[in-house]
Design a protein around this ligand. Structure first.
Ligand SMILES: NC(=O)c1ccc[n+]([C@@H]2O[C@H](COP(=O)([O-])OP(=O)(O)OC[C@H]3O[C@@H](n4cnc5c(N)ncnc54)[C@H](O)[C@@H]3O)[C@@H](O)[C@H]2O)c1
Ligand SMILES: [Zn+2]
Length: 351
């Protein structure tokens, strides 16, 4: 069975024996499983078949709107009421919201207890569960409060993806595309040729993508440099996601990042890093999978203002992670405002 060794923990793939063994070895005083209503319905019974010890279930409501300190307070209180101590273990069974929030609760309860990530969405399997970033949103701003702490283990079971909405699969697929574009030209070439992304066999694709994210985050766990390349597509993508969040037609994270990746590929082209052919290949691939949605790149002034307020900036200058070429990325690149506006036009005016 496949696993990846990280500095502080291991990532196992489709290996229930390893899961059972790990839990036994950890010998927890008490064990808690955090779920939401969807992972309770679709994933919990599968997990419980492989858990020999008594576990207590903590259920939180699904959705980004619940990734808050109020939900943490609920989880911390449950842990206390159910006598969690320093030898307890928390299993986070869910997507990125449960992984980020449950991990944060475990990392802070009694100054930190052990936790295991069992990511159940494509996005959380290839992205959120890897790299140790944990946290919650504050006053509508994403991930404003959090810590970086590695789990004891990550267990990825691609069979959980069977019950995931096709829109969620497509959204998570954007992160696989991103990993290819920034770090693995061959992976990009394979991923970009896929016809229907919702009917894929994900075993190998997820493994390869995790390897890319692991490689980047281990070289720079605290995002002082290289880790910033993971933000490719996310400067424009996050602004689009935030601006349209409360509208009648919000975008899923990956759908917004898809738009961001096209526009930021244009920026990479304008600074001379990729060719016109590569640029058109990226735009055609992404619009084939995600459709062409020009309305989301409006209003440009507000989007640029949102980009300026991104917490990753310094002194108000927008710093982009861009492609160095296909399969490599660079970071902290500043681009003139009119070029940013051109990048919106490039996405909008698909011919
Ligand atoms: N920590 C990091 O490095 C990192 C990286 C990327 C994203 N994130 C965070 O991840 C979050 C997004 O994660 P997400 O896309 O997984 O969203 P999510 O956790 O909201 O899950 C999406 C939906 O799928 C449901 N679901 C989960 N597993 C399912 C399954 N197997 N079958 C059916 N339904 C299932 C959930 O209940 C939810 O309704 C964001 O909060 C983002 O900030 C964190
Ligand atoms: Zn992302």
């Amino acid at each position: 069975m496949k696993f990846i060794d990280c500095t502080n923990y291991q990532i196992h793939f489709n290996d229930w024996k390893a899961f059972e063994g790990a839990l036994l070895n950890m010998n927890p005083s008490t064990c808690f499983i955090i779920v939401d209503e969807n992972t309770e319905k679709f994933c919990l019974h599968i997990l419980l078949e492989h858990v020999d010890i008594t576990c207590q279930i903590i259920k939180i409501p699904s959705g980004e709107q619940n990734k808050t300190l109020e939900t943490c307070q609920f989880v911390w209180t449950k842990l206390m009421q159910k006598s969690a101590d320093r030898h307890s273990v928390v299993i986070n069974l869910g997507g990125g919201v449960i992984g980020d929030l449950g991990g944060f609760c475990a990392a802070t309860y009694m100054r930190g207890i052990r936790f295991i990530q069992v990511p159940t969405t494509l996005l959380s399997q290839v992205d959120a569960s890897i790299g140790g970033k944990l946290g919650v949103d504050l006053m509508g701003f994403k991930n404003m409060v959090g810590v970086i702490k590695d789990p004891s283990y990550v267990f990825i079971f691609t069979s959980f993806l069977k019950t995931l909405d096709t829109d969620q699969i497509r959204s998570g697929y954007a992160e696989l595309l991103k990993h290819g574009l920034i770090a693995d030209k061959k992976a990009w070439s394979i991923l970009s040729k896929v016809g229907d992304v919702t009917t894929l066999d994900f075993d190998q694709l997820v493994y390869d993508s995790v390897l890319i994210k692991k490689g980047v985050t281990e070289k720079d766990p605290n995002e002082k440099g290289l880790r910033k390349i993971l933000n490719f597509g996310h400067t424009i993508g996050h602004a689009v996601e935030s601006y349209w969040m409360d509208s009648k037609s919000p975008l899923l994270h990956g759908e917004a990042i898809a738009i961001g990746m096209v526009s930021e590929s244009y920026l990479s082209y304008r600074i001379g890093n990729i060719t016109e052919t590569e640029l058109f290949d990226i735009r055609n691939t992404i619009t084939r999978i995600y459709g062409h949605n020009p309305k989301y790149l409006k209003p440009k002034e507000e989007l640029i203002a949102l980009m300026r307020s991104d917490k990753k900036n310094y002194n108000g200058a927008i710093k982009f992670a861009l492609l160095e070429n296909v399969g490599h990325a660079c970071y902290d690149v500043e681009v003139d405002n009119d070029v940013i506006e051109d990048s919106f036009l490039f996405y909008k005016e698909r011919i």
